[in-house]
Design a protein around this ligand. Structure first.
Ligand code: FE2
Length: 277
């Protein structure tokens, strides 16, 4: 069991999660992606924690909607990507308490730190936050809307090639990293994986566990990156089985069928199939 950082899910809006991170030595507490302030303030109150950091993975309203009220009700500092702050699309970015994060930059939470990973694709300014494993404890990844369990974010601003490259950076993290995403989409994404025909005993075992958690109103997250790398087709667009499933479900023009398709091509088609699923 880890005890250096306690992570707590705060459900927001319809299916968002804000994540509270509490560093027990210093007592500092961060919230990642507060879509709303009220449930975050209530969770802080019930835990007896004081908010020190507000962190946004990207500028979408369901990830930043609580910023202003949290800034008004706490002394927390605000952190977001340099790109999103430069584009003035983070509420509170002009508060005098905002700090830009660049790729590779470390963000300290007490004695621990998160590393910024730039992951453009869903949006151009999207970042993920990674806490590397220490001693026997597991790594933590906060992936926002870039990586979901069994899925990935839609392409709103970036290209398929960009998002595929970004997911490649996340895929390279240690397999025992715990992945915390911005939405509860696991079961719906699982249906899509079944639709693709990428069924396996491992997928069914995982989905059964997730269904049990959901039936108790518990988050299906976090999941380990090892299981994601095994089951999430969006991390496996360079796998022949996934490529074959995509080609089968796509109305391939005869002259395209014989072309050499790159993983980026397969990934782009996979994303479009999911958009219309
Ligand atoms: Fe988003």
């Amino acid at each position: 069991m880890r005890n250096d950082i306690i992570v707590k899910a705060v459900p927001c809006l319809q299916d968002n999660y804000a994540w509270l991170l509490h560093e027990s030595i210093s007592g500092q507490t961060a919230v990642i992606d507060p879509g709303q302030a009220e449930p975050v303030l209530a969770a802080l109150h019930s835990q007896g924690w004081t908010l020190s950091h507000i962190i946004n993975t990207h500028h979408h309203g369901d990830h930043v909607g609580g910023n202003l009220m949290l800034l008004a009700n706490t002394n927390a500092q605000l952190y977001a990507s340099a790109y999103d702050l430069q584009h003035q699309r983070i509420p509170g970015g002009d508060s005098g308490r905002a700090h830009p994060l660049q790729d590779g930059q470390q963000l300290f939470l007490g004695q621990k730190f998160l590393t910024t990973i730039a992951v453009p694709g869903h949006t151009l300014g999207h970042i993920a936050l990674y806490h590397a494993p220490q001693d026997t404890e597991l790594g933590l990844l906060f992936s926002g809307d870039t990586l979901f369990s069994l899925g990935c974010g839609r392409l709103f601003e970036g290209t398929a090639s960009q998002l595929w490259q970004s997911l490649g950076r996340l895929r390279a993290l240690p397999g025992n990293t715990l992945m915390y995403a911005g939405h509860e989409y696991t079961l719906k994404n699982g249906s899509f994986v079944r639709y693709l025909g990428l069924n396996s005993p491992e997928l069914e075992e995982y989905l059964t566990k997730c269904q049990q958690k959901q039936s108790k109103n518990h988050p299906t997250l976090p999941n380990s990156m090892a299981i994601e790398c095994l089951l999430n087709p969006f991390l496996r667009a360079d796998c022949p089985k996934v490529a074959a499933a995509v080609v089968y479900h796509r109305d391939v023009e005869p002259d395209l069928a014989n072309q050499q398709l790159t993983p980026q091509d397969i990934f782009g088609w996979l994303r479009r199939l999911r958009d219309s699923f």
